[in-house]
Design a binder for this molecule. Structure first.
Ligand code: GLN
Length: 200
């Protein structure tokens, strides 16, 4: 697989974990931290980390990254979003009871509900099925994860926990409710980057 120009959105969240998970495939000088619009130039793949989606969305606006990021995705930038990242990509977020929700980017055709697997201390690991991997069994780390309530015609389910969809893709844009960067299995990142490195 050829090296890919990879960046991690580094506004808030588990940024170092993501950077480590893809370091082996990054084009020199290595994984780029993305904090402003100029960091997107020349990027082929962007990871949207887990974290606090309300905070990350506020910072997307304050850094002026929101519009350039949308344009980059339209131009073919590949995106792998986990957990809070998926919330940010969603077309629709179900309003949290009494809560403040982020304004999503509306890139992935899914409706999500935040924090739907319980609180931080109810985080858990459970096997997930991803048919594009061999074997399909993959460790899923769920940390205050959102639930995918509905998948629209613009997105394709790629990961399942039992019958439930826990990951989707729309071409080069992938979104997961769990954290592949936390469990040490590199296959999902590798599959994503193989796709990101392909000619557009
Ligand atoms: N609960 C967080 C949110 O709604 C997401 C948690 C995570 O990314 N691990 O932003």
């Amino acid at each position: 697989m050829r090296p890919v120009a990879i960046g991690v959105l580094a506004l808030q969240g588990d940024v170092p974990e993501h950077a480590r998970a893809v370091a082996a495939w990054a084009a020199p000088p290595g994984v780029r931290t993305v904090r402003g619009p100029s960091d997107l130039v020349g990027l082929e793949a962007l990871l949207l980390p887990g974290g606090e989606s309300t905070t990350i969305a506020d910072l997307l606006d304050r850094t002026g990254l929101r519009a350039p990021l949308l344009r980059a995705v339209e131009g073919g930038l590949a995106v792998l979003a986990t957990c809070a990242g998926l919330i940010l990509l969603a077309r629709e977020i179900e309003p949290s009871p009494g809560g403040r929700d982020p304004r999503p980017l509306g890139i992935l055709d899914v409706r999500v509900r935040r924090n739907d697997f319980g609180r931080q201390r109810e985080s858990f690991e459970a096997p997930v099925r991803i048919d594009l991997l061999r074997p399909p069994r993959f460790p899923g780390a769920f940390v205050r994860s959102p639930r995918i309530l509905a998948v629209g015609p613009g997105a394709e389910p790629i990961a399942f926990r039992g019958e439930e969809v826990v990951g989707v893709r729309a071409g080069r844009v992938w979104g997961l409710t769990f954290h592949p960067e936390l469990t040490g299995d590199p296959r999902l990142h590798r599959a994503f980057l193989a796709e990101a490195g392909r000619a557009r």
